[in-house]
Design a protein around this ligand. Sequence first.
Ligand code: FAD
Ligand code: PHB
Length: 390
Amino acid sequence: MRTQVCIIGGGPSGLLLSQLLHLKGIDTVLLERQSREYVLGRIRAGVLEHGFAKLMREARCGDRMDREGEIHDGFFIAHGGGMDRVDLHKHTGGSSVMVYGQTELTRDLYEARDRMQGVVIHNAEDVLPHELLSVAPHVTYRDGDEVVRIDCDYVIGADGFHGVSRKSIPKDVLREYEKVYPFGWLGVLSRTKPVSLELIYARNERGFALCSLRSQVLSRYYIQVPLTDTVGQWSDDAFWQELKHRLPAEVAARLVTGASIEKSIAPLRSFVAEPMRYGNLFLAGDAAHIVPPTGARGLNTAGSDIHYLYQALVAHYQRGDDAGLHGYSAQALARVWKAQRFSWWLTTLLHTFPDSSAYDHKLQQAELAYLFSSAQALASLAENYVGLPY
Ligand code: FAD
Ligand code: PHB
């Protein structure tokens, strides 16, 4: 088989890129290790920045998002028993975010790929990129007993943090930067009315909590838990009890509880791999970088990678201009590190660290007091939350 761009990974990064390129007449083959049902069963991001929503529209996948997604002009931070609102609209001169689940967005992208007869190969086993430094790289995968070879011009590694692409870059070329946090987030999805129209990020001595949503009948809640905890240890009742403890009393009093329809623990990690290009392999999204979910930056930063890569590949194929491909890694990493900084800052501000001292607690309180007394500090938070420009 031959294609122009072989994309490894059928998460939002890979699907979005293949859809955008196809619309420009650039041929792609996408290889996904899992079945479609498995990919669509993962519950992850909920908050999209304006730039990501724009890319979805450009990919002609924005109709349902625009119909069913919710525009949010602000969110709350609960601390010290009360709540303060971050007015995104006011502090960014009119920007906002879109609440629309990654699961729905991925479904929309798969449907668009089907409509355009895009080549998406599921259950591709043992995917391996080869000869990445040559002008004729290829990718192999196993389909049962048969090994299939795909020849291409470029390989895109959009296969998430545990994928094979980053691992194919030699160790003496790749530099990895990592920070692992001593806790995870236990997330619950429930078919209940959300406790608040806007998200609530809660700082509490017992640990961080987040009240989010997917729609007015579907809620998504998270609590910070030790890394040693397992999902099996947390009954629904125990989860709701703990969540209530961490929210201001008046919020806890109106929390509607119900059976969980999904429950999982995600460890928190900050990670960046540099460079994001090796020969004719380009990394994008979680394959190259991870942030803790606190600032809702992960998918959104994958979106900026895809934007840069899309522009660069179109310039190459339509105009023979390779400046974008040469500059991709540096351009993407410049924005990636800003998202790293913001996610680390918000995580540090709102979580309870097992080894933190009384002094650290006082600093968190002072930082929150400063934030809500300074229009400049709020503007900085809001600017980063709605997404820095591409
Ligand atoms: P992935 O979604 O990981 O997709 C990679 C794909 O590659 C997968 O389908 C995988 O099966 C496939 N794959 C892996 N290995 C191989 C292989 N060897 N061969 C072929 N295929 C392979 N981000 C936000 O912006 N906002 C949020 O509100 C937000 N909330 C989050 C909440 C949680 C609990 C979590 C865990 C994450 C959250 N994120 C959020 C982050 C966001 O979900 C990720 O950044 C996003 O999924 C990255 O997309 P991706 O396509 O790069 O990678
Ligand atoms: C979510 O709804 O899953 C979500 C929202 C905001 C975050 C992280 C996750 O910061």
